[in-house]
Design a protein around this ligand. Structure first.
Ligand code: SAM
Length: 270
């Protein structure tokens, strides 16, 4: 790493920066932790990495030390741009974009396969994940910090309390696993809950956009009333007839149906 860079805490103080709650700001100031996250995200082998919400740049510093190719930062809070500019080594490798990641078109920022690495702002974490899973641009791999409860919803299996829409959409597109747990105390300021890093690798083929849309429709109804039998929760979509067309027991509840079953229901809806 650039030996002239001051420790992160000093950088924040030098720029007079305090965390803003409205931007979901909880910083990782320990480079041992950010380096570990980057190790879990890689190897990058020269591929581009997009980092959403770099904030003071703890993860960015670790990315700049790694085998990442271009590193593209998307940060909504303009206060961090000068501090992030200090990480620029002047060789064109780092791009800093002041923007709302929900509105950015990633395909315009990188060429070829790219990784996404982020300690996500919790208030928009799920919305961003859905955007990346269902949008036109799919990353090579995603390594994302969420609240532990959201991470558990992403990797949940049938029968788990956390099993629902997020597990089905995420697992229809990717293989997803929790690779690291972090206590609230690892962040400055600490959030109210613990966190976990989820690593997602897209399947070689992902469902067609139309199938994903139908999957969203089905899971919204099925888990909107998760204690009801599917014949009743899916009533407006075809109820028992739809279930039978998909080879699913209409008396079953959503939480017992696996991904393959939901994909068959989505096909039957077509
Ligand atoms: N990566 C830093 C770290 O680990 O210390 C900061 C993580 S903090 C949890 C979330 C960051 O996302 C903040 O820097 C915040 O300003 C930024 N952010 C919040 N909403 C955003 C959005 N819609 N688009 C881009 N960045 C956003």
């Amino acid at each position: 790493m650039n030996p002239t860079l001051p420790p992160l805490r000093e950088s924040l103080e030098a720029h007079g920066l305090l965390a803003k709650k409205s931007f979901g700001q909880h910083f990782l100031l320990d480079l041992n932790i950010t380096r570990k996250i980057v190790r879990l995200a890689g190897p990058f082998e020269g591929r581009a990495v997009i980092e959403v919400g770099p904030g003071p740049g703890g993860l960015t510093r670790a990315l700049m030390e790694s085998d990442a190719g271009p590193v593209v930062l998307i940060e909504k809070d303009p206060r961090f741009i000068p501090l992030l500019s200090e990480l620029d080594t002047g060789d064109g490798r780092l791009a800093i974009i002041e923007a709302d990641a929900l509105k950015v078109r990633e395909a315009e920022l990188v060429t070829g396969p790219a990784h996404l690495v982020s300690n996500l702002p919790y208030n928009v974490g799920t919305a961003l994940l859905i955007k990346w899973l269902t949008g036109p641009w799919l990353p090579h791999a995603l390594t994302l910090m969420f609240q532990k409860e959201v991470a558990e919803r992403i990797v949940a299996s049938p029968g788990d309390d956390a099993y629902g829409r997020l597990a089905i959409i995420a697992q229809a597109v990717c293989e997803a696993r929790i690779v690291m747990h972090l206590p609230a105390a690892a962040f400055t300021p600490p959030p109210k809950v613990a966190s976990a890093v989820v690593h997602l690798i897209p399947h070689a083929t992902r469902p067609e956009p139309a199938t994903l849309k139908r999957l969203e429709t089905i899971t919204a109804s099925a888990f909107g009333q998760r204690r009801k039998m599917l014949r009743s929760s899916l009533k407006t979509l075809g109820g028992a007839t739809l279930c039978e067309a998909a080879g699913i027991d209409p008396d079953a509840r959503a939480e017992t149906i696996d991904l393959a079953g939901f994909l068959r229901l989505a096909d039957a809806l077509a």
